[in-house]
Write a protein that binds this ligand. Structure first.
Ligand code: C2E
Ligand code: MG
Ligand code: MG
Length: 402
């Protein structure tokens, strides 16, 4: 069977100490259409390439066990030098270790395509490379925006949500959409949340952006209703916002102004370290639930005392973190984590959503395990409001003529 030319136009760096394996990998990449393949035997040599290659490397395929600088240290340096290359881990190590290095890679802010166990076949390689997306930001974007810059962007109304579908894995229907904040920067183009959320949160300034996203999401949801769709809209909330008592009322008022009810809206809360105002958070979440908002626990499994939070907060949905979804296909502890998250959601009678579904293999596994909902680039990527509405309409049309 011929494999698609998924590497066309991409520049690679292969980091592998075994000469024959390195050569084989280089050949596979060329046969998949690679524009350029650099190679290195260990981390230090590889880092030179990452720092000096012009044009820069798009994808680094790296082993973990190497003499000299090993793959784990190499990945840290890739993060520190601000490279925008994505990493594909290929190793004979066991799935649990691979999953932990995968999580470390993302924690260093380095894009991860997949963690694969050796031996590598052209098919496995092609499936992993199919996940590659060029980074969304323009190359000249600075590494960090200041609070002043972000604040000015909010005042100039430069923030608007993209929408990513939440899809029923049994029917294929689009049941909901998650609003993901995007900054349409006049100079740098589309800026992802990683560049502004934490700056806003740590300065206690996340409120204005969240209200803008909530209002714009409500406007879109009302437009979907007007066209006969019952799709709900999910909005991400920072835990820091929940310190303010009275937030539930403000949210209720904001969506009511757009003619929506709380049942149209799901609020996603990422579980992070304990907040200093547990009582305020619990008061807000309880009131939001009482008003009828859906409550979702985001990035489930990565945060603080997940089980404890599930026990005391009236969540209606659990979103399984994408790191488990990606690694579960290799088995090991991630698979166990995925299965037990699905089990606990079923036992609590709440909805389970697998986040970041990005390959056919992941989708097949989720279906086998009976996961009811999925979200991810393999299903539908986050889209601007108009494009999302067009997809909703097209989906409905396809179902109508079936
Ligand atoms: P999240 O709420 O867990 O959102 C899912 C993230 O996964 C999004 O990243 C989405 O683009 C990404 N994603 C979806 N499918 C795939 C896939 O197949 N593969 C991979 N690798 N990623 C996928 P995004 O948009 O960059 O947002 C990152 C995080 O920023 C969000 O994670 C959320 O925690 C936060 N965020 C986004 N918008 C807002 C907001 O309005 N307010 C607050 N407080 N946080 C927000
Ligand atoms: Mg979310
Ligand atoms: Mg998430």
């Amino acid at each position: 069977m011929s494999t698609p030319l998924v590497a066309t136009g991409l520049r690679f760096l292969v980091v592998e100490d075994q000469g024959f394996q390195r050569w084989t990998l280089e050949q596979m990449l060329r046969s998949l259409g690679a524009a350029q393949v650099h190679s290195a035997e260990e981390g230090r040599q590889a880092l030179e390439v990452v720092r000096c290659a012009d044009p820069p490397v798009d994808v680094i395929v790296t082993d973990l066990n190497m003499p000299g600088m090993d793959g784990i240290e190499f990945i840290r340096h890739v993060g520190e030098c601000g490279s925008r290359a994505a990493i594909l881990l290929v190793s004979e190590q066991d799935p649990t270790l691979l999953a932990s290095v995968a999580a470390m890679t993302e924690a260093y802010g380095v894009g991860l395509l997949q963690a694969l166990r050796k031996p590598l076949t052209p098919q496995k390689l092609a499936a992993a490379l199919a996940r590659y997306h060029k980074p969304v930001e323009a190359a000249e974007a600075p590494r960090a925006f200041t609070l002043r810059e972000i604040d000015a962007g909010i005042r100039n109304d430069e923030f608007a949500p993209y929408f990513q579908a939440k899809v029923s894995l049994s029917s294929g229907n689009i049941e909901g959409a998650e609003a993901l904040a995007r900054w349409h920067h006049p100079q740098f183009g589309l800026v992802a949340p990683a560049r502004f959320i934490s700056v806003l949160e740590s300065n206690g300034k996340i409120d204005a952006m969240t209200m803008a996203v909530l209002r714009k999401s409500a406007v879109q949801c009302r437009a979907w209703r007007a066209r006969g769709f019952s799709t709900t809209v999910s909005v991400n909330l920072s835990l820091t916002l929940l310190d303010e008592v009275g937030l539930a009322d403000r949210f209720d008022d904001a969506i009511a102004e757009e003619g929506l009810t709380p049942a149209d809206v799901v609020l996603e809360v990422t579980e992070t370290a304990a907040t200093s105002h547990v009582a305020h958070v619990l008061e807000n979440l309880s009131r939001m639930r009482m008003k009828g908002f859906g409550l979702s626990i985001d990035d489930y499994g990565t945060g603080y005392a997940s089980m404890q939070q599930l026990a005391r907060i009236p969540f209606t949905e659990l979103k399984i973190d994408q790191s488990f979804v990606h690694s579960a296909v290799n088995g090991g502890s991630s698979r166990a984590m995925l299965e037990s998250s699905l089990e606990i959601a079923a036992k609590l009678g709440i909805t389970a959503v697998a986040e970041g579904v990005s390959t056919a293999e992941e989708l097949t596994l989720l279906r086998e395990l009976g996961c009811p909902y999925g979200q991810g680039n393999y299903l539908i990527e986050p889209l601007p409001a108009a494009e999302f509405a067009a997809i909703l309409a097209r989906h409905a049309l396809v179902r109508a003529v079936r």
